[in-house]
Design a protein around this ligand. Structure first.
Ligand code: TTP
Ligand code: MG
Length: 379
């Protein structure tokens, strides 16, 4: 399957949060950072960038360049809160999200363009969701791999949306300075310059032995990148210690059949997320919120690793038997914890496993083509 990777990066993140929370700061140069003599700039609004102010600059210099700016010490707690909001949005859009920092993440959106019309349309939706939830703008890059996606998100900042297609990648890369390849810092740049190499195009054309002299063992990878090739997967952060999904119902559920239906759907969603993320888990948790808002959770740990819808459902059914269903149900949630990379676990070739694998693979194929709403299991 052709890959589509999205990179999202918030614009002037800390400064934009300040401008959103304090409307009187909008349109003004705002500089966030350490206020002491030895402080440095964390970031600044685009209005301040015009004066040459940038991240990591000594605050003293920023004051000299743009004395009329509004200087703020920053509110880390508030930025983290907004960060959580945007990460939640990413997790809603894709089961495969790799946060890079407080304000940026990669998402694997392969196959989803068929559902949304185009990969561009997914970018528009993500930007709109961020704007609706936080009031802030983000820049989005969409491309066949991580390297190009990150490059793309930076091309039209602020409020940008750039799609780079595989066939256009090389021509776009050729004139760029070598520093645009991540991992190439000042020293590598100098080393390449010794061989007369200053642009990405020159790296693409260079003899691999010359590159090895300048860059050592990373030469081959860098040459691949210069050709616009990068097959690194999007990795779910190891911070994701569990994968789950919950649903608040439009009306409370009272019958066993309704509850069974609901958890079946949730198990399918959780299973799909596990498999898309390339992980297996051991502990299944059922969460129930009753009409009275009382919340209970019940957990069970499987003997072996699980990732198939049927396996999760079997365990959730056991948990459901432990619950006293004396009132209406407002919300149900299913999650799987104690995750490990699927590759680390030996696959046992049992006939039952093979049938499960086949069935789940078929479901996954359809879901990644048409979206997870398309198919509900009747187990
Ligand atoms: P960035 O995404 O690098 O910068 P930004 O979001 O402010 O601006 P841009 O529109 O160019 O993306 O970093 C995100 C936040 O991380 C930034 O708002 C503040 C913080 N930060 C620092 O505290 N110190 C730094 O040196 C950098 C680069 C960022
Ligand atoms: Mg940013």
């Amino acid at each position: 399957m052709r890959r589509w990777i999205m990179h999202v990066d918030m614009d002037a993140f800390f400064a934009s949060v300040e401008q959103f929370d304090n409307p009187e700061l909008r349109g003004l140069p705002v500089i966030v950072g350490g206020q002491s003599d030895r402080g440095v700039v964390s970031t600044c609004s685009y209005e301040a960038r015009v004066y040459g102010v940038h991240s990591a600059m000594p605050m003293v210099e920023a004051r000299r360049l743009c004395p009329q700016a509004v200087f703020l010490p920053g509110r880390m707690k508030r930025y983290q809160e907004v960060s959580r909001q945007i990460m939640a949005i990413f997790n809603d859009f894709s089961p495969l999200v790799e946060p890079l920092s407080v304000d940026e993440a990669f998402m694997d959106i392969s196959g989803m363009e068929r559902l949304s019309g185009s990969e561009q349309a997914i970018g528009i939706k993500v930007k709109a969701a961020i704007k609706a939830a936080t009031g802030l703008t983000a820049s989005v890059g969409i491309a066949p791999n991580k390297f190009l996606a990150k490059l793309a998100s930076d091309m039209q900042k602020p409020d940008g949306l750039v799609v780079i297609r595989a066939e256009d990648a090389e021509a776009l890369l050729r004139p760029l300075p070598v520093r645009r390849i991540f991992g190439i810092g000042r020293r590598a740049e100098q080393a390449l310059l010794q061989f007369g190499i200053a642009t990405i195009g020159q790296i693409a054309d260079a003899d691999i032995h010359i590159l090895q002299k300048a860059l050592g063992s990373s030469a081959a990878t860098v040459k691949q990148l210069a050709h616009g090739l990068d097959d690194r997967p999007v990795l779910n952060s190891s911070a994701a210690k569990s994968i789950g999904k919950e649903c608040t119902f439009t009306h409370d559920l009272y019958t066993e059949e309704e509850r069974r239906h609901a958890v079946l759907d949730l198990c399918g969603r959780v299973g799909w997320r596990l498999r898309r993320s390339g992980v297996v888990g051991y502990t299944v948790t059922l969460k129930v919120k009753f009409a009275s808002f009382k919340i209970i959770t019940r957990s069970i740990t499987a003997e072996g690793p699980i990732s198939y819808d049927e396996e999760i459902f079997t365990l959730v059914q056991k948990l459901m038997q432990e619950v006293k269903w004396t009132e209406g149900v407002r919300l149900l949630g299913v999650s799987v914890a104690h995750l490990e990379p699927a590759g680390a676990v030996p696959i046992l070739g049992f006939a039952e496993d093979e049938r499960l694998e086949k069935r789940n693979k078929a479901v996954d194929k359809i879901k990644s083509k048409f979206g997870e709403e398309i198919i509900k299991r009747g187990l």
